[in-house]
Write a protein that binds this ligand. Structure first.
Ligand code: MG
Ligand code: MG
Length: 311
């Protein structure tokens, strides 16, 4: 069983600013998911015809969601976070079990690669799928926030290990690992006082390592589920704006896999701009059970981190 040891005895309480940043990241993820889901799989031109600029949590979309309802992006994050909090470490088996019981709950949406990975675990007991060039989708990245929170303050290699443990249950691909690790490090950098410029440096380092993530050319519209496309849209929106609200509206109105671009941008921008930068009308409309779970998990995951245990 793959396990990252995070156990320690210190129980120093997390600083309140970190707490607020972590809650901002988790609620940002959920708000981005709920906002984007309405326009998932639409083209920018179709969004414009149907909604003008899409800027409210109204539900609907191809999944016929309730107002403020979240999808697999938030639900899988919560399943991952619950497994980590329960085990007090990042261990593959409890996470795989949590994903499996989430799938059993008949979720409103589930990606093909995720379904296949969970089926592989159920059939073989293996917590890692074989490496595959088809696994560079965004399904492991969209749920990666709990890793960012529980490994805050750890060495980069330990963060990367934790990321691989959760990712490889369904997605085993080096390009995907690199993109997801960058998102995790962006969240961590923002939580510990980093600026937009610092986040851009992380994006540039990713591009230098994996040129498929190059985002400075044509505007990415209708981004698909391939992580390189998803992150191009996220980076373009993040770096062209200066607030949580403008960044999130910019990315979801590009259409395509909009709940997932919204979720990933939302977790980064929520960490960067903080809880209070999330528009009140979005927090009021967000599914309240999901919001409560996000708030509770943000604190519990942060409390596990080396940063908050003073190591
Ligand atoms: Mg989704
Ligand atoms: Mg999606």
């Amino acid at each position: 069983m793959l396990v990252l040891d995070l156990t320690a005895e210190s129980t120093a309480p997390p600083a309140s600013r970190l707490q607020a940043g972590a809650a901002g990241a988790y609620l940002g993820l959920a708000v981005g998911d709920a906002l984007g889901a309405t326009v998932e799989f639409l083209l920018p031109r179709e969004i414009l015809e149907q909604y003008g600029v899409h800027r409210e949590l109204i539900g609907g979309g191809w999944l016929k969601l309730r107002k403020g309802q979240v999808t697999d992006d938030t639900e899988m994050s919560l399943a991952l976070g619950k497994a980590i909090v329960g085990a007090r470490t990042v261990a593959a088996e409890p996470i795989a079990i949590a994903f499996s019981s989430w799938m059993k709950s008949k979720p409103v949406d589930i990606g093909n690669t995720v379904r296949r990975g969970i089926a592989h675990f159920r059939q073989t007991g293996e917590t890692q799928v074989p490496e595959s060039s088809y696994d560079a989708g965004n399904g492991a990245c969209m749920r990666s926030l709990p890793i960012a929170l529980c490994t805050l303050g750890a060495e980069v290699e330990a963060v990367a290990t934790a990321n691989r443990i959760q990712s490889h249950i369904t997605h085993h691909n080096a390009l995907g690992d690199a993109g997801t690790l960058t998102v995790i490090r962006m969240v961590q950098t923002a939580l510990t006082g980093g600026t937009l410029r610092d986040l851009k440096e992380l994006a540039e380092a990713l591009v230098a390592q994996e040129p498929q993530y190059r985002y400075d050319r044509r505007r990415m519209e209708n981004p698909g589920g391939y992580l390189a496309e998803t992150l191009k849209a996220v980076f373009q929106s993040l770096f062209a704006t200066d607030s949580f609200e403008t960044a999130l509206i910019d990315v979801v109105n590009r259409g395509g896999d909009a709940d997932t671009t919204g979720a990933i941008l939302g977790m980064i921008a929520g960490a960067l701009y903080g809880h209070d930068a999330i528009p009140k009308r979005w927090l009021a409309a967000l599914d309240q059970k999901a919001a409560d779970d996000c708030r509770a998990q943000a604190g519990a995951l942060l409390a596990l981190s080396p940063q908050c245990r003073g190591r």
